[in-house]
Design a binder for this molecule. Structure first.
Ligand SMILES: Cc1ncc(COP(=O)(O)O)c(C=O)c1O
Length: 399
């Protein structure tokens, strides 16, 4: 019988470039033949593809799902809000309710404004930094989305080359490059826009501390791109986890359990700069996502969500490490427990074939992940046990 996933992929490819809206969900990209192209339904930590195959999911919709799919109290809050309306001709009261709830959860920022995507939120932080400092240059660490200021390194990005000299991109943890960018351009830098963690690397708090010092010395804004670290590494994000306070931060994933919401937040003196530039969009006050965020924040404050993410991630990670060492599988884990990464570099050149072979075997065994493993509040001990068993069997198959 023909696979419904395969049939639907052919249909989607006719009307949608790559058959999907999100590059990381492209199916044909990396030859993972066992990975389904479409997910029809998800609940808790499990999801089902178009052929009815069930998976324990560790991709969390690329990060936004922290509590679990269809998390009942969040969806109930959204249904209640839907009875009142989604978007109005003036602001909705839920905007301030969500703002207060998020500021109370994150702790350090004084004001926040909503947008819709992670790329929006990062761009807004840079805009405010440029507006307040009157400077054009910025330092960048990590991925920040598709917008012009960041996406210049693509082969033919469709962005004026004249913007290129303003970008100073360095690798996470590269202390030498950090010093040279500030030495050469410090007085021209509006901001350092930085992911506080690259998940495939171990955390580098000394690098972040030095960034804080250099930004202070040169009057540049320190912007944490917390799109992926916010509400996952800790309730108060990487800023809380590392004890380093930026001037502004961009948030998105983890803020509303999958509902489309992002935000830029920061110290009042930076946020005030909004008065002299334009950052506005029609759908930013969409109420369903804001109602979801209110419910999510209440759960984060009331329940041990982040303890669960760390404990469950650590159990999975320790289990993988034991299996790798028992079987001699050439891999290790890196990063932090709630979203650690399997690093295939100990396999050398064999990584190129071992990597897809392992993941194809895992997909066939009903485990959905890529190198990065996101756990959620809905993953139970039994899910972890089932995953470890599947990892052991999959490794046996590929070795
Ligand atoms: C660290 C980081 N910044 C920015 C973005 C862009 O977010 P979005 O895809 O919502 O525009 C992402 C997306 O994965 C991200 O991981």
């Amino acid at each position: 019988m023909a696979s419904r996933n395969e049939e639907h992929l052919q249909r989607a490819l006719r009307s949608i470039p790559w058959g999907t809206q999100t590059n990381a969900k492209r199916h044909e990209r990396d030859g993972m033949r066992e990975r389904p192209a479409f997910i029809e339904r998800a609940e808790g930590c499990r999801m089902w593809d178009l052929d009815g195959r069930e998976f324990i999911d560790y991709r969390a919709a690329l990060g936004p799902i922290v509590l679990g799919y269809q998390y009942a109290p969040v969806d109930a809050a959204v249904r209640r809000q839907m009875e009142k309306g989604i978007l109005f001709s003036m602001a909705s009261p839920v905007e301030a309710e969500a703002a207060e709830a998020i500021l109370a959860t994150t702790g350090w920022p004084e004001q926040i404004r909503f947008m819709k995507t992670g790329a929006d939120a990062c761009a807004c932080c840079l805009r405010l930094a440029r507006s307040r400092t009157g400077r054009d240059h910025f330092l960048s660490v990590g991925y920040h989305g598709y917008q012009d200021w960041f996406a210049m390194a693509w082969p033919n990005p469709g962005i004026p080359a004249a913007l290129m000299p303003f970008v100073h991109e360095i690798a996470y943890g590269d202390a030498g490059a950090l010093e040279s960018v500030f030495a050469e351009h410090g007085s021209r830098l509006a901001a350092a826009v930085v992911v506080p963690l690259e998940w495939h690397l171990d955390p580098d708090p000394a690098f972040l501390k030095r960034l804080r010092e250099l930004c202070d010395r040169h009057g540049a804004a320190l912007v944490f791109d917390e799109i992926l670290t916010g509400f996952r590494m800790a309730r108060d994000g990487a800023a809380g986890y590392f004890g380093i306070t930026p001037d502004m931060a961009a948030y998105a994933k983890g803020m509303a359990n999958g509902y489309p919401l992002s935000a830029f937040a920061g110290k009042r003196e930076w946020m005030r700069t909004l008065e002299q530039t334009i950052l506005t969009t029609t759908y930013a006050g969409e109420t369903l996502s804001l109602a979801a965020a209110c419910a999510v924040m209440e759960i984060y404050r009331r329940e041990p969500v982040h303890e669960h993410l760390h404990r469950t991630g650590a159990a999975l990670r320790k289990g993988f490490e034991e299996i790798f060492s028992e079987t001699g599988f050439p891999a290790r884990t890196a990063g932090v427990d709630p979203g650690f990464v399997i690093d295939f570099s100990p396999a050398g050149e064999a990584a190129e074939s071992l990597h897809p072979a392992l993941f194809n075997a895992l997909y066939a065994a009903g485990i959905f992940a890529n190198e990065q493993w996101f756990v959620t509040y809905s993953h139970r001990e039994s899910d972890i046990d089932q995953t470890l068993q599947a990892m052991r069997n999959s490794i046996r198959k590929v070795l």
